[in-house]
Design a protein around this ligand. Structure first.
Ligand SMILES: [Zn+2]
Length: 211
């Protein structure tokens, strides 16, 4: 089972993907995390990535696809959830080609819809673990404030989750993903989830869509 998870920044994609991974054992692949790891490397690609990401702009299609390709080759997964990729019809085509070359295909596109107001509320409370990439927020606070439950690292607020950058990301996201949603709608792969509701209700809707 290969799932593409679509939703604006802070719509809960990571949390939902983590829940699916836990219950179903399907690997959660956050391309944001993949790229952030890449951006920390002192390579030419790493430096360029760091610059683009700091300004809240989108990373070039080829760079994302290359990074994901390397990851898939390394891990050879049968079932996984893609979170944060693809973002454009061009990336979707590149993904289709990449999967086809591995004898795989996208089975389902889970589209999270969320109010801007809700997104802003969630952002001010979001913290992430720089070590293991665990995500905390209103619905899942860490057991001890400012500390990761899993590895004990000090939690941080990501630079691209500060309100002014996020507003920009929401606008960029809406413009860029409309044609992507059309692309998958045409293939009949899209199922919608109302991500403004409580986490329990969102999980229930998501798992229903997986049946
Ligand atoms: Zn951690």
């Amino acid at each position: 089972m290969i799932i593409v998870l679509l939703g604006p920044p802070a719509s809960g994609k990571g949390t939902i993907a983590q829940e699916i991974e836990e219950k179903k054992g399907w690997k959660h692949i956050s391309t944001g995390d993949l790229l952030r790891d890449e951006a920390e490397k002192p390579t030419e690609r790493g430096k360029k990535l760091a610059e683009v990401m700091k300004t809240g702009n989108l990373v070039p299609d080829e760079t994302v696809t290359e990074t994901l390709k390397e990851f898939l080759q390394e891990h050879d997964l049968k079932s996984f959830i893609l979170d944060g990729y693809p973002r454009t019809p061009r990336q979707a085509e590149l993904l289709d080609q990449l999967l086809e070359s591995r004898g795989q295909k996208v089975d389902l596109v889970l589209r999270l819809k969320c109010l801007n107001k809700t997104i802003i509320e969630r952002i001010s409370s979001r913290r992430v673990c720089p070590q293991c990439h665990a995500v905390y927020g209103l619905n899942i606070p860490p057991k001890e404030e400012g500390k990761c439950d899993h590895c004990g690292s000090a939690l941080i607020q990501r630079e691209d989750e500060k309100p002014e950058t996020v507003l920009k990301r929401i606008k960029v996201y809406a413009n860029v993903t409309k044609p992507l949603i059309d692309y998958y709608e045409e293939k009949g792969l899209v199922k919608e989830v109302n991500a403004s509701l409580s986490l329990e209700e969102v999980f229930a809707q998501a798992f229903k869509a997986l049946e």
